[in-house]
Design a protein around this ligand. Structure first.
Ligand SMILES: Cc1cc2nc3c(=O)[nH]c(=O)nc-3n(C[C@H](O)[C@H](O)[C@H](O)COP(=O)(O)OP(=O)(O)OC[C@H]3O[C@@H](n4cnc5c(N)ncnc54)[C@H](O)[C@@H]3O)c2cc1C
Length: 467
Protein backbone atom coordinates (compact mmCIF):
# COMPACT_ATOMS: atom_id res chain seq x y z
CA UNK A 1 0.00 0.00 0.00
CA UNK A 2 1.29 3.50 -0.86
CA UNK A 3 2.28 5.62 2.15
CA UNK A 4 -0.23 8.33 3.08
CA UNK A 5 0.35 11.94 3.99
CA UNK A 6 -0.79 12.81 7.51
CA UNK A 7 -4.53 12.46 7.75
CA UNK A 8 -5.17 16.17 8.44
CA UNK A 9 -3.45 17.12 5.16
CA UNK A 10 -4.88 14.35 3.03
CA UNK A 11 -6.82 15.57 -0.02
CA UNK A 12 -6.32 19.26 0.80
CA UNK A 13 -4.54 22.04 -1.06
CA UNK A 14 -2.66 24.66 0.95
CA UNK A 15 -1.68 28.26 0.33
CA UNK A 16 1.68 27.90 2.08
CA UNK A 17 3.75 24.80 2.83
CA UNK A 18 6.57 25.32 5.35
CA UNK A 19 9.36 22.76 5.36
CA UNK A 20 10.83 22.36 8.84
CA UNK A 21 9.42 22.90 12.32
CA UNK A 22 12.35 24.61 14.01
CA UNK A 23 11.83 27.96 15.70
CA UNK A 24 11.86 29.69 12.30
CA UNK A 25 9.28 27.33 10.75
CA UNK A 26 7.04 27.65 13.85
CA UNK A 27 7.18 31.47 13.71
CA UNK A 28 6.46 31.39 9.96
CA UNK A 29 3.49 29.08 10.52
CA UNK A 30 2.04 31.49 13.09
CA UNK A 31 2.58 34.59 10.93
CA UNK A 32 1.06 33.08 7.76
CA UNK A 33 -1.89 31.61 9.66
CA UNK A 34 -2.68 34.94 11.34
CA UNK A 35 -2.34 36.59 7.92
CA UNK A 36 -5.13 34.33 6.62
CA UNK A 37 -3.25 31.58 4.75
CA UNK A 38 -4.09 27.87 4.80
CA UNK A 39 -0.76 26.60 6.16
CA UNK A 40 0.83 23.16 6.40
CA UNK A 41 4.11 22.53 8.26
CA UNK A 42 6.08 19.47 7.21
CA UNK A 43 8.65 18.14 9.67
CA UNK A 44 10.82 15.11 9.03
CA UNK A 45 11.51 14.24 12.67
CA UNK A 46 9.08 12.47 14.98
CA UNK A 47 8.57 15.73 16.85
CA UNK A 48 9.14 19.44 16.37
CA UNK A 49 12.34 21.39 17.33
CA UNK A 50 14.60 18.49 16.48
CA UNK A 51 17.34 20.49 14.68
CA UNK A 52 19.32 23.60 15.57
CA UNK A 53 16.46 24.86 17.72
CA UNK A 54 16.78 22.10 20.31
CA UNK A 55 20.07 23.28 21.84
CA UNK A 56 20.84 27.00 21.98
CA UNK A 57 21.79 29.53 24.67
CA UNK A 58 18.21 30.86 24.99
CA UNK A 59 19.17 34.52 24.95
CA UNK A 60 16.68 36.96 23.47
CA UNK A 61 19.24 39.15 21.73
CA UNK A 62 18.71 42.84 21.07
CA UNK A 63 21.02 42.70 18.05
CA UNK A 64 23.39 45.26 19.59
CA UNK A 65 26.34 43.47 17.96
CA UNK A 66 24.66 42.47 14.68
CA UNK A 67 26.34 43.82 11.54
CA UNK A 68 24.86 47.31 11.09
CA UNK A 69 22.39 47.74 8.24
CA UNK A 70 21.87 44.02 7.62
CA UNK A 71 18.71 41.96 7.36
CA UNK A 72 19.87 40.08 10.46
CA UNK A 73 19.98 43.33 12.48
CA UNK A 74 16.47 44.28 11.24
CA UNK A 75 14.99 40.83 11.94
CA UNK A 76 16.48 40.64 15.44
CA UNK A 77 15.12 44.11 16.25
CA UNK A 78 11.66 43.24 14.90
CA UNK A 79 11.69 39.77 16.51
CA UNK A 80 12.79 41.14 19.88
CA UNK A 81 10.07 43.82 19.76
CA UNK A 82 7.32 41.37 18.80
CA UNK A 83 8.39 38.86 21.48
CA UNK A 84 8.12 41.62 24.11
CA UNK A 85 4.72 42.57 22.74
CA UNK A 86 3.18 39.06 22.75
CA UNK A 87 5.03 37.07 25.41
CA UNK A 88 2.65 37.72 28.30
CA UNK A 89 -0.40 36.89 26.16
CA UNK A 90 1.11 33.52 25.17
CA UNK A 91 2.40 32.80 28.69
CA UNK A 92 6.10 33.01 27.72
CA UNK A 93 8.89 33.98 30.12
CA UNK A 94 11.04 37.08 29.76
CA UNK A 95 13.82 37.34 32.32
CA UNK A 96 15.20 40.84 31.98
CA UNK A 97 18.70 40.42 33.35
CA UNK A 98 20.48 42.74 30.91
CA UNK A 99 23.97 41.88 29.63
CA UNK A 100 27.47 43.14 30.37
CA UNK A 101 30.05 43.10 27.57
CA UNK A 102 33.29 42.80 29.50
CA UNK A 103 36.81 43.73 28.38
CA UNK A 104 39.54 41.73 30.13
CA UNK A 105 42.52 42.92 28.06
CA UNK A 106 43.80 46.25 26.82
CA UNK A 107 42.99 45.26 23.20
CA UNK A 108 39.42 44.34 24.17
CA UNK A 109 39.00 47.60 26.07
CA UNK A 110 40.09 49.50 22.97
CA UNK A 111 37.26 47.86 21.00
CA UNK A 112 34.45 48.86 23.41
CA UNK A 113 33.77 52.37 21.95
CA UNK A 114 33.30 50.99 18.42
CA UNK A 115 31.00 48.23 19.73
CA UNK A 116 28.93 50.78 21.66
CA UNK A 117 28.69 52.98 18.57
CA UNK A 118 27.53 50.00 16.48
CA UNK A 119 24.94 49.19 19.15
CA UNK A 120 23.62 52.77 18.99
CA UNK A 121 23.45 52.55 15.19
CA UNK A 122 21.39 49.36 15.66
CA UNK A 123 19.05 51.38 17.88
CA UNK A 124 20.08 49.55 21.08
CA UNK A 125 20.82 51.74 24.14
CA UNK A 126 24.05 50.84 25.99
CA UNK A 127 25.77 52.33 29.04
CA UNK A 128 29.57 52.35 29.58
CA UNK A 129 30.85 51.15 32.96
CA UNK A 130 34.24 51.45 34.65
CA UNK A 131 35.84 48.41 36.22
CA UNK A 132 34.63 49.52 39.67
CA UNK A 133 31.08 49.98 38.41
CA UNK A 134 31.22 46.54 36.76
CA UNK A 135 32.34 44.86 40.00
CA UNK A 136 29.60 46.71 41.89
CA UNK A 137 27.01 45.06 39.61
CA UNK A 138 28.72 41.65 39.51
CA UNK A 139 30.82 41.14 42.66
CA UNK A 140 31.67 37.50 41.84
CA UNK A 141 33.66 38.44 38.68
CA UNK A 142 37.29 37.37 38.75
CA UNK A 143 40.20 39.82 38.84
CA UNK A 144 41.25 41.70 35.70
CA UNK A 145 38.10 43.44 34.46
CA UNK A 146 39.18 46.65 32.71
CA UNK A 147 35.79 48.08 31.67
CA UNK A 148 32.43 47.00 30.28
CA UNK A 149 29.15 48.26 28.91
CA UNK A 150 25.62 47.28 29.85
CA UNK A 151 22.92 46.31 27.35
CA UNK A 152 19.78 46.56 29.45
CA UNK A 153 17.38 44.86 27.02
CA UNK A 154 19.30 41.59 26.51
CA UNK A 155 17.12 38.95 28.19
CA UNK A 156 16.83 35.27 28.92
CA UNK A 157 13.90 33.25 27.65
CA UNK A 158 12.97 29.61 27.44
CA UNK A 159 14.20 28.05 24.18
CA UNK A 160 11.25 25.73 23.65
CA UNK A 161 8.07 27.34 25.00
CA UNK A 162 8.32 30.17 22.46
CA UNK A 163 8.35 27.98 19.32
CA UNK A 164 5.75 25.67 20.87
CA UNK A 165 3.51 28.69 21.51
CA UNK A 166 3.95 30.00 17.95
CA UNK A 167 3.03 26.59 16.57
CA UNK A 168 0.11 26.11 18.94
CA UNK A 169 -1.30 29.48 17.95
CA UNK A 170 -0.94 28.56 14.29
CA UNK A 171 -2.58 25.18 14.91
CA UNK A 172 -5.53 26.54 16.90
CA UNK A 173 -6.16 29.04 14.12
CA UNK A 174 -6.28 26.39 11.41
CA UNK A 175 -2.72 25.35 10.46
CA UNK A 176 -1.88 21.69 9.85
CA UNK A 177 1.23 19.97 11.23
CA UNK A 178 2.60 16.76 9.69
CA UNK A 179 5.40 15.21 11.71
CA UNK A 180 7.55 12.31 10.51
CA UNK A 181 7.00 13.75 7.02
CA UNK A 182 10.26 14.38 5.21
CA UNK A 183 10.04 16.40 2.01
CA UNK A 184 12.06 14.61 -0.66
CA UNK A 185 11.32 16.63 -3.82
CA UNK A 186 8.73 18.65 -5.67
CA UNK A 187 7.63 20.16 -8.95
CA UNK A 188 6.17 23.57 -9.76
CA UNK A 189 3.58 23.66 -12.52
CA UNK A 190 0.23 25.35 -13.25
CA UNK A 191 0.91 27.99 -10.60
CA UNK A 192 1.45 25.60 -7.71
CA UNK A 193 3.73 23.05 -6.09
CA UNK A 194 3.33 19.32 -5.77
CA UNK A 195 5.60 18.37 -2.90
CA UNK A 196 6.81 14.79 -2.59
CA UNK A 197 7.20 13.50 0.96
CA UNK A 198 8.06 10.12 2.38
CA UNK A 199 4.35 9.80 3.17
CA UNK A 200 2.91 10.86 -0.16
CA UNK A 201 2.28 14.03 -2.16
CA UNK A 202 0.79 17.37 -1.19
CA UNK A 203 -0.33 20.51 -3.07
CA UNK A 204 0.58 24.08 -2.05
CA UNK A 205 0.69 27.43 -3.87
CA UNK A 206 3.84 28.69 -2.10
CA UNK A 207 6.73 26.73 -0.55
CA UNK A 208 9.00 28.06 2.18
CA UNK A 209 12.16 26.19 2.98
CA UNK A 210 12.94 26.53 6.71
CA UNK A 211 14.93 23.29 6.91
CA UNK A 212 17.79 24.73 9.00
CA UNK A 213 20.82 22.44 8.85
CA UNK A 214 19.40 20.82 5.67
CA UNK A 215 18.35 24.06 3.93
CA UNK A 216 20.81 23.76 1.02
CA UNK A 217 19.86 20.11 0.41
CA UNK A 218 16.15 20.97 0.30
CA UNK A 219 16.85 23.82 -2.17
CA UNK A 220 18.69 21.33 -4.40
CA UNK A 221 15.85 18.81 -4.19
CA UNK A 222 13.21 21.40 -5.11
CA UNK A 223 15.02 23.95 -7.28
CA UNK A 224 17.87 21.85 -8.63
CA UNK A 225 20.44 24.23 -7.11
CA UNK A 226 21.24 26.00 -3.84
CA UNK A 227 22.49 29.56 -3.41
CA UNK A 228 24.31 28.70 -0.18
CA UNK A 229 26.03 25.79 1.51
CA UNK A 230 25.43 24.76 5.11
CA UNK A 231 28.56 24.47 7.24
CA UNK A 232 27.39 23.17 10.61
CA UNK A 233 29.03 24.99 13.52
CA UNK A 234 28.94 23.11 16.81
CA UNK A 235 28.50 24.80 20.16
CA UNK A 236 29.20 22.84 23.36
CA UNK A 237 27.84 23.91 26.75
CA UNK A 238 28.36 23.18 30.45
CA UNK A 239 25.37 23.60 32.80
CA UNK A 240 26.13 24.20 36.49
CA UNK A 241 23.71 23.12 39.19
CA UNK A 242 21.14 25.54 40.54
CA UNK A 243 23.08 27.10 43.47
CA UNK A 244 25.57 28.56 40.94
CA UNK A 245 22.90 30.73 39.29
CA UNK A 246 23.20 33.40 41.99
CA UNK A 247 26.80 34.11 40.92
CA UNK A 248 25.76 36.06 37.79
CA UNK A 249 22.90 38.57 37.77
CA UNK A 250 23.58 39.62 34.15
CA UNK A 251 24.35 37.75 30.96
CA UNK A 252 28.16 38.00 30.99
CA UNK A 253 29.49 38.40 27.46
CA UNK A 254 33.06 38.64 26.17
CA UNK A 255 34.03 41.16 23.51
CA UNK A 256 32.80 39.39 20.32
CA UNK A 257 35.10 38.45 17.44
CA UNK A 258 34.36 38.29 13.69
CA UNK A 259 33.31 34.61 13.91
CA UNK A 260 31.72 34.16 17.33
CA UNK A 261 29.97 35.91 20.16
CA UNK A 262 32.34 33.93 22.39
CA UNK A 263 31.76 32.09 25.63
CA UNK A 264 28.76 33.42 27.53
CA UNK A 265 28.02 32.89 31.23
CA UNK A 266 24.40 33.38 32.22
CA UNK A 267 21.48 32.08 34.20
CA UNK A 268 18.95 29.89 32.47
CA UNK A 269 15.18 30.04 32.65
CA UNK A 270 15.38 26.74 34.58
CA UNK A 271 17.44 28.34 37.38
CA UNK A 272 20.85 26.92 36.40
CA UNK A 273 24.04 28.64 35.26
CA UNK A 274 25.07 28.11 31.64
CA UNK A 275 28.56 28.39 30.16
CA UNK A 276 29.20 28.19 26.41
CA UNK A 277 28.95 27.82 23.50
CA UNK A 278 32.08 26.94 21.59
CA UNK A 279 32.20 27.52 17.80
CA UNK A 280 33.56 24.43 16.02
CA UNK A 281 33.10 23.77 12.31
CA UNK A 282 32.21 20.20 11.30
CA UNK A 283 30.70 18.33 8.32
CA UNK A 284 28.15 16.21 10.18
CA UNK A 285 24.71 17.88 10.14
CA UNK A 286 23.02 15.47 12.51
CA UNK A 287 25.33 14.68 15.41
CA UNK A 288 27.03 17.04 17.82
CA UNK A 289 29.45 14.87 19.81
CA UNK A 290 30.71 16.16 23.14
CA UNK A 291 34.43 16.46 23.74
CA UNK A 292 35.71 16.05 27.31
CA UNK A 293 38.79 18.23 26.76
CA UNK A 294 36.74 21.06 25.26
CA UNK A 295 34.21 20.87 28.11
CA UNK A 296 37.07 20.97 30.61
CA UNK A 297 38.37 24.08 28.82
CA UNK A 298 34.94 25.68 29.10
CA UNK A 299 34.91 25.03 32.84
CA UNK A 300 38.35 26.57 33.20
CA UNK A 301 37.23 29.63 31.23
CA UNK A 302 34.09 29.93 33.35
CA UNK A 303 36.10 29.69 36.55
CA UNK A 304 38.34 32.52 35.37
CA UNK A 305 35.27 34.69 34.84
CA UNK A 306 33.59 33.60 38.11
CA UNK A 307 36.22 31.99 40.39
CA UNK A 308 33.58 30.84 42.90
CA UNK A 309 32.26 28.42 40.27
CA UNK A 310 35.16 26.13 41.18
CA UNK A 311 33.15 25.01 44.20
CA UNK A 312 30.01 24.21 42.20
CA UNK A 313 28.83 21.00 40.60
CA UNK A 314 28.09 20.52 36.90
CA UNK A 315 24.54 19.37 36.24
CA UNK A 316 24.66 18.53 32.53
CA UNK A 317 26.55 19.08 29.29
CA UNK A 318 25.09 19.41 25.80
CA UNK A 319 25.87 20.61 22.28
CA UNK A 320 23.95 22.20 19.42
CA UNK A 321 24.63 22.81 15.74
CA UNK A 322 24.22 26.21 14.11
CA UNK A 323 23.05 26.27 10.48
CA UNK A 324 25.96 28.47 9.43
CA UNK A 325 26.95 28.96 5.78
CA UNK A 326 30.00 30.20 3.90
CA UNK A 327 28.85 33.79 4.66
CA UNK A 328 27.91 35.52 7.89
CA UNK A 329 24.58 36.95 6.71
CA UNK A 330 21.18 35.24 6.60
CA UNK A 331 20.52 33.57 3.24
CA UNK A 332 16.99 34.52 2.27
CA UNK A 333 16.37 33.68 -1.36
CA UNK A 334 13.05 34.34 -3.14
CA UNK A 335 12.45 32.56 -6.44
CA UNK A 336 9.52 34.60 -7.74
CA UNK A 337 8.74 32.53 -10.86
CA UNK A 338 8.31 29.41 -8.72
CA UNK A 339 6.62 30.95 -5.64
CA UNK A 340 9.43 29.73 -3.38
CA UNK A 341 11.37 31.30 -0.52
CA UNK A 342 14.42 29.76 1.12
CA UNK A 343 15.03 30.97 4.67
CA UNK A 344 18.56 29.66 5.02
CA UNK A 345 21.63 30.19 7.17
CA UNK A 346 19.79 31.38 10.28
CA UNK A 347 23.03 30.87 12.06
CA UNK A 348 23.22 31.96 15.66
CA UNK A 349 20.39 34.41 16.33
CA UNK A 350 17.32 32.54 15.09
CA UNK A 351 15.54 32.28 18.44
CA UNK A 352 15.60 36.08 18.75
CA UNK A 353 14.96 36.86 15.09
CA UNK A 354 12.28 34.24 14.29
CA UNK A 355 9.26 36.53 14.67
CA UNK A 356 11.04 39.29 12.71
CA UNK A 357 12.04 36.82 10.00
CA UNK A 358 8.41 35.73 9.75
CA UNK A 359 7.32 39.35 9.22
CA UNK A 360 9.99 39.77 6.53
CA UNK A 361 9.11 36.55 4.68
CA UNK A 362 5.38 37.37 4.83
CA UNK A 363 6.15 40.59 2.95
CA UNK A 364 8.18 38.66 0.36
CA UNK A 365 5.30 36.23 -0.17
CA UNK A 366 2.52 38.83 -0.34
CA UNK A 367 2.75 39.25 -4.16
CA UNK A 368 2.19 35.47 -4.58
CA UNK A 369 -0.90 35.46 -2.36
CA UNK A 370 -2.78 38.76 -2.67
CA UNK A 371 -6.06 37.07 -1.66
CA UNK A 372 -5.03 36.47 1.98
CA UNK A 373 -7.13 38.33 4.57
CA UNK A 374 -5.76 38.50 8.14
CA UNK A 375 -7.84 36.69 10.78
CA UNK A 376 -10.20 39.15 12.45
CA UNK A 377 -10.30 37.52 15.88
CA UNK A 378 -7.55 34.90 16.23
CA UNK A 379 -7.31 32.50 19.18
CA UNK A 380 -4.54 33.35 21.69
CA UNK A 381 -3.55 30.20 23.60
CA UNK A 382 -1.19 30.15 26.57
CA UNK A 383 1.46 27.47 26.92
CA UNK A 384 2.26 25.79 30.26
CA UNK A 385 4.96 27.62 32.22
CA UNK A 386 8.12 25.53 32.64
CA UNK A 387 10.48 28.35 33.63
CA UNK A 388 11.43 29.49 37.13
CA UNK A 389 10.26 33.05 36.48
CA UNK A 390 6.63 32.27 37.33
CA UNK A 391 4.81 29.78 39.63
CA UNK A 392 5.25 26.15 38.55
CA UNK A 393 2.65 23.39 38.50
CA UNK A 394 4.16 21.56 41.53
CA UNK A 395 3.08 24.58 43.62
CA UNK A 396 -0.56 24.27 42.50
CA UNK A 397 -3.19 21.89 43.90
CA UNK A 398 -4.39 18.82 41.99
CA UNK A 399 -1.11 18.19 40.16
CA UNK A 400 -1.14 14.39 40.87
CA UNK A 401 2.32 14.46 42.47
CA UNK A 402 5.87 14.95 41.24
CA UNK A 403 7.34 12.58 38.63
CA UNK A 404 10.75 14.24 38.13
CA UNK A 405 12.08 15.39 41.50
CA UNK A 406 15.18 17.15 40.18
CA UNK A 407 13.21 19.52 37.94
CA UNK A 408 9.96 19.30 39.96
CA UNK A 409 7.81 18.14 37.05
CA UNK A 410 4.34 16.89 37.95
CA UNK A 411 2.30 13.99 36.64
CA UNK A 412 -0.29 16.52 35.46
CA UNK A 413 2.33 18.34 33.36
CA UNK A 414 3.51 15.08 31.80
CA UNK A 415 -0.07 14.01 31.00
CA UNK A 416 -0.82 17.42 29.47
CA UNK A 417 2.31 17.19 27.28
CA UNK A 418 1.21 13.74 26.06
CA UNK A 419 -2.23 14.93 25.02
CA UNK A 420 -3.74 17.87 23.18
CA UNK A 421 -3.17 19.12 19.66
CA UNK A 422 0.62 19.16 19.75
CA UNK A 423 1.16 16.14 22.01
CA UNK A 424 4.78 15.05 22.41
CA UNK A 425 5.69 12.22 20.03
CA UNK A 426 9.18 11.42 21.32
CA UNK A 427 11.06 11.35 24.62
CA UNK A 428 13.03 14.41 23.46
CA UNK A 429 9.75 16.15 22.66
CA UNK A 430 8.46 15.34 26.15
CA UNK A 431 11.63 16.79 27.71
CA UNK A 432 11.22 19.98 25.72
CA UNK A 433 7.62 20.41 26.88
CA UNK A 434 8.14 19.65 30.57
CA UNK A 435 11.87 19.50 31.61
CA UNK A 436 11.57 15.85 32.69
CA UNK A 437 14.88 13.93 32.57
CA UNK A 438 16.88 17.16 32.41
CA UNK A 439 17.85 17.52 36.05
CA UNK A 440 20.69 16.48 38.28
CA UNK A 441 20.02 12.73 38.00
CA UNK A 442 19.52 12.90 34.19
CA UNK A 443 16.61 10.47 34.47
CA UNK A 444 18.15 7.90 36.82
CA UNK A 445 15.23 8.11 39.27
CA UNK A 446 12.24 9.03 37.10
CA UNK A 447 12.74 7.24 33.79
CA UNK A 448 11.20 3.92 34.91
CA UNK A 449 8.00 5.69 35.95
CA UNK A 450 8.05 7.79 32.78
CA UNK A 451 8.41 4.65 30.67
CA UNK A 452 5.23 3.33 32.32
CA UNK A 453 3.33 6.61 31.83
CA UNK A 454 4.37 6.99 28.18
CA UNK A 455 3.81 3.33 27.18
CA UNK A 456 2.11 3.18 23.77
CA UNK A 457 1.97 6.97 23.51
CA UNK A 458 5.30 7.83 21.80
CA UNK A 459 6.55 6.98 18.31
CA UNK A 460 9.26 4.83 19.90
CA UNK A 461 8.95 3.34 23.39
CA UNK A 462 11.08 4.78 26.14
CA UNK A 463 13.76 2.44 27.38
CA UNK A 464 14.46 3.07 31.08
CA UNK A 465 18.02 2.58 32.32
CA UNK A 466 18.66 -0.90 33.77
CA UNK A 467 15.86 -2.51 31.67
C1 LIG B 1 25.07 26.56 20.21
C2 LIG B 1 23.98 27.50 19.77
C3 LIG B 1 23.67 28.63 20.53
C4 LIG B 1 22.67 29.51 20.09
N1 LIG B 1 22.28 30.54 20.90
C5 LIG B 1 21.25 31.35 20.49
C6 LIG B 1 20.76 32.35 21.34
O1 LIG B 1 21.15 32.49 22.51
N2 LIG B 1 19.81 33.19 20.87
C7 LIG B 1 19.32 33.08 19.61
O2 LIG B 1 18.50 33.91 19.21
N3 LIG B 1 19.72 32.07 18.79
C8 LIG B 1 20.67 31.20 19.22
N4 LIG B 1 21.08 30.18 18.41
C9 LIG B 1 20.56 30.09 17.05
C10 LIG B 1 19.24 29.39 16.91
O3 LIG B 1 19.16 28.24 17.72
C11 LIG B 1 19.10 29.03 15.42
O4 LIG B 1 19.27 30.20 14.66
C12 LIG B 1 17.74 28.44 15.14
O5 LIG B 1 17.51 27.33 15.96
C13 LIG B 1 17.60 28.02 13.67
O6 LIG B 1 16.28 27.53 13.53
P1 LIG B 1 15.73 26.96 12.17
O7 LIG B 1 14.27 26.80 12.38
O8 LIG B 1 16.22 27.78 11.05
O9 LIG B 1 16.44 25.54 11.99
P2 LIG B 1 16.19 24.15 12.73
O10 LIG B 1 15.90 24.32 14.16
O11 LIG B 1 17.35 23.27 12.36
O12 LIG B 1 14.85 23.60 12.08
C14 LIG B 1 14.82 23.00 10.81
C15 LIG B 1 13.85 21.83 10.86
O13 LIG B 1 13.70 21.33 9.52
C16 LIG B 1 13.56 19.93 9.59
N5 LIG B 1 13.88 19.41 8.25
C17 LIG B 1 15.10 19.37 7.67
N6 LIG B 1 14.99 18.82 6.44
C18 LIG B 1 13.68 18.54 6.24
C19 LIG B 1 12.95 17.94 5.16
N7 LIG B 1 13.55 17.55 4.04
N8 LIG B 1 11.62 17.76 5.32
C20 LIG B 1 11.00 18.15 6.46
N9 LIG B 1 11.65 18.69 7.52
C21 LIG B 1 12.98 18.89 7.39
C22 LIG B 1 14.53 19.53 10.68
O14 LIG B 1 14.22 18.27 11.21
C23 LIG B 1 14.34 20.66 11.70
O15 LIG B 1 13.38 20.35 12.68
C24 LIG B 1 22.04 29.27 18.85
C25 LIG B 1 22.33 28.12 18.13
C26 LIG B 1 23.26 27.22 18.61
C27 LIG B 1 23.46 25.92 17.87
Amino acid sequence: MAPTICVEASGRAFDVAIIGAGVVGCALARRFTLDGARVVILEKAADVLDGASKANSAILHTGFDAPVGTLEADCIAAGHAEYREIHARLGLPLIETGALVIAWTEAEEARLPALMEAARQNGVPVAPLTAAETYALEPALGPGVRASFRVAAESIIDPWSAPHAYLLQAFLNGATLCRATEVTGGTYEDGGWTLATRRGDLRASVVINAAGLYGDLVDRQLLGEASFQIRPRKGQFVVYDKPAASLAAHILLPVPTETTKGVVVCQTAWGNLLVGPTAEEQDDRANAPLDGAVLHGLRQKAETILPALAGHEVNAVYAGLRPATEEKNYRINRVADRAYVSVGGIRSTGLSAALGLAQHVAELVRPFAPQMVPLADPVWPTVPNISESAPRDYEAPGNCGIVCHCELVTRREVEAALSGPLAAQSVAGLKRRTRVLMGRCQGFYCSAELARITEGRLSEPMVPPHG
